[in-house]
Design a binder for this molecule. Structure first.
Ligand code: NAD
Length: 361
């Protein structure tokens, strides 16, 4: 059997730090295991264009392993070329870089390591809220540049306490964020999701559901985005919706970059319609050096909390998704059932309700 993995380059960092498991160098820690079982295992970061290792090797690959951090975009066109492909396995959470409709058409299973990095992302989202609301980045930059002007940075700084905080998507990550911000004494917690909070979460999280997206954003001081990217969420936060936001609101998006329109966000930030935008996800990854989100600013010269896609790939998370990847692969090789929570599509249909509402066949 041939297994192909598209991972990110670790370089010197991966040589020095073996716990960087999700890298080309450290190969999710599964190379010797797969080779002992007699399987071929190809690992690459080279993923763009028809001559890339990914696009050349996919033609006779049986199992494809990808990661959201350096996504090997598995398009409908590539599914047509991938004659032997039977399983697409995401080492992490979020399989939007796989054309799920095309996988369904071909009857190919897509699985991910559900839950593996949800705490890592929730912590990053809370940190991002704080750094935007407290105007941290410009204050830190000022100090590094040798400056000292309290008023310049205090004029854009607020408390998290008494703010209305809302999440679009109240699944594993959304719920964990709401739990984690509760001790900050927010004015209210809101959520927008087509699914109500499950009973166990509704007991512990005091959040009000708002049914209409425009009404939801109009009430929030901070909107955090935590839904998967699919046809119903691509470009969801666009020029039109941004008009409904509270003036000066903050947005934290650690879900997927393409849920927000890149130009509309930049313009809303520049005009002061929103005060800040932070996150680690970009509409295409790696992002181009001239992507507007790298340098966009609010009228006070702050409000940008963007970083590369790393919130879900802490060293703690990497152990969990490497172990989970091996478990999915082992079950598949032994013909055992997968854990239901890890299956995204199988036998030509969606196995989860998270990627939009689909009629079951
Ligand atoms: P989850 O499946 O537990 O929850 C997703 C929630 O979004 C569900 O409750 C679902 O009903 C809701 N949803 C779907 N479409 C919606 C819509 N149109 N409007 C409102 N709600 C909608 O998933 P999760 O584990 O919480 O992860 C969510 C997403 O976060 C992933 O799909 C992935 O894109 C992203 N993620 C990012 C990182 C990172 O490193 N930045 C890591 C993990 C996950």
């Amino acid at each position: 059997m041939k297994v192909l993995a598209v991972l990110y380059d670790g370089g010197k960092a991966a040589q020095e730090e073996p716990r960087l498991l999700g890298t080309v160098e450290n190969k999710l820690g599964i190379e010797s295991w797969l080779k002992e079982l007699g399987h071929e295992f190809i690992v690459t970061s080279d993923k763009e264009g028809p001559n890339s290792v990914f696009q050349k090797e996919i033609v006779d690959t049986d199992v494809l392993i990808t990661t959201p951090f350096h996504p090997g975009y598995m398009t409908a066109e590539l599914f047509e070329k991938a004659k032997n492909l039977k399983l697409c396995l995401t080492a992490g959470v979020g399989s939007d870089h796989i054309d799920l409709a095309a996988a369904n058409k071909k009857g190919i299973m897509v699985a991910e390591v559900s839950g593996s990095n949800v705490v890592s992302v929730a912590e990053h989202a809370v940190m991002s809220m704080l750094l935007l609301v407290r105007n941290f980045v410009p204050a830190h930059e000022q100090i590094q540049k040798g400056g000292w002007n309290v008023a310049d940075v205090a004029r854009g700084a607020f408390d998290l306490e008494n703010k209305v905080i809302g999440t679009i998507g109240a699944g594993r990550i959304g719920q964990r964020i709401l739990q984690r911000v509760t001790p900050f004494n927010p004015k209210e917690l809101l959520y927008f999701d087509y699914a109500p909070l499950p009973e166990h979460a509704a007991h512990t999280i005091n959040a009000r559901r708002v049914e209409k997206l425009e009404d939801f954003v109009a009430q929030c001081d901070i909107v955090t985005v935590n839904c998967p990217l699919h046809d119903g969420t691509r470009g969801l936060i666009n020029k039109e919706l941004l008009k409904h936001f509270k003036k000066g609101a903050w947005i934290v998006n650690t879900a997927r970059g393409a849920i927000c329109d890149r130009h509309a966000i930049k313009e809303a930030l520049a005009s002061g319609q929103i005060s800040g935008y932070a996150g680690d996800v970009w509409d295409v990854q790696p992002s181009a050096p001239d992507h507007p989100w790298r340098t966009m600013k609010n009228p006070l010269g702050g409000g940008n909390g963007m970083v590369p896609h790393y919130s879900g790939t802490t060293l703690d998370a990497q152990i969990r998704y490497a172990v989970g990847t091996k478990d999915i692969l082992q079950r598949w090789l032994e013909g055992k059932d997968q854990e239901a929570q890890n299956v995204i599509v199988d036998h030509g249909e969606y196995a989860t309700k998270s990627y939009g509402i689909h009629e079951r066949k």
